[in-house]
Design a protein around this ligand. Sequence first.
Ligand code: NAD
Length: 314
Amino acid sequence: MVHVQFNPELLSALKDQVVVLTGGATGIGRSTVTQFAEAGCKVVFGDISEEPARDLESKLGPNVRYLHCDTSSYSDQLSLFAAAESIFGRINVVVANAGMAIHKDIFDPSSDISVEPSMKEVAVNLTGAIFTARIGMHYLRKNKSKGGDLVLVSSIAGFKESGGLATYTASKHGVLGLMRGLHTTAFPEGIRINVICPWMTKTRLVKGIEDGWHEQGLPENEPEDVGRSIVLCATANRSQEGKTHPGAKMPFAGKILWISGGEAYEIEDAIQDLEPQWLGEKNSKVLAKGQEFLASQGTSWDADKLKKKTANGV
Ligand SMILES: NC(=O)c1ccc[n+]([C@@H]2O[C@H](COP(=O)([O-])OP(=O)(O)OC[C@H]3O[C@@H](n4cnc5c(N)ncnc54)[C@H](O)[C@@H]3O)[C@@H](O)[C@H]2O)c1
């Protein structure tokens, strides 16, 4: 792991950049919208919590717009992005932050097996993030070589066992999968994808454990700390003068930032570097060969594409 510190000098690169963010009404999203706005960005955020969203919009002025957007609805997200482009002309930064947790454990032995459980955590946290990434990339591609930044909010539950939260954990592991599935093809297009994995952050999501956590003296994040790490990802590659956030290995793309005690730690590079150790030298070597084949020009998972090529003699 590498401790990555925030360098406020990079904020100037955000001036007049257009940000689209899901789930901006409360908590981490609210703080992130505020930080982007204070850095001179134009922000369009979606949410389903009308009252706090309208309140934020009116506090931050005309450069910040709120639109009702249920992140699990593809058509709502299409409208959110289309509105952002029509109001501000382009989109430079996309943040998939909307998320929710159902604290009733569907795997509890006392739960009623005959009742189909809600899969809303998957719909909001994972399907919603996939929709944001797909539509977001469509707009970021329009910036041609300038590309843009896509920041996905996962969780400590994105890589760690989280008892009592199995569906939430599956959805947040999926967000890491989304980054790993997209990063290598998005990066050559100029689109940097990074993931934030917050540990305990004092928002309404953690009300059940907050007091006990505090008594244990465990590290806590304020929503502002997580918002700052999102801004860190969106600025890391933007300096014209070669400035960086200390600790950030460049290019800053395909990274995972774990946020604990208000600090950001990059963990993906170590996971990749240590692969020969946890997978074994031999397995790691042959895996690299397979990865190389899959990434090579002309390889496609789409069997129909292969047929077309063969028919065309390509
Ligand atoms: N608080 C933590 O300790 C913690 C830890 C790890 C990850 N996270 C993640 O951080 C993100 C922000 O959570 P938070 O802690 O700020 O909680 P929060 O409840 O304050 O914020 C979540 C936001 O998402 C919105 N939202 C929920 N469902 C939505 C939907 N269907 N469509 C659009 N918006 C929707 C909510 O209205 C709210 O504004 C979430 O993705 C959450 O899973 C939080």
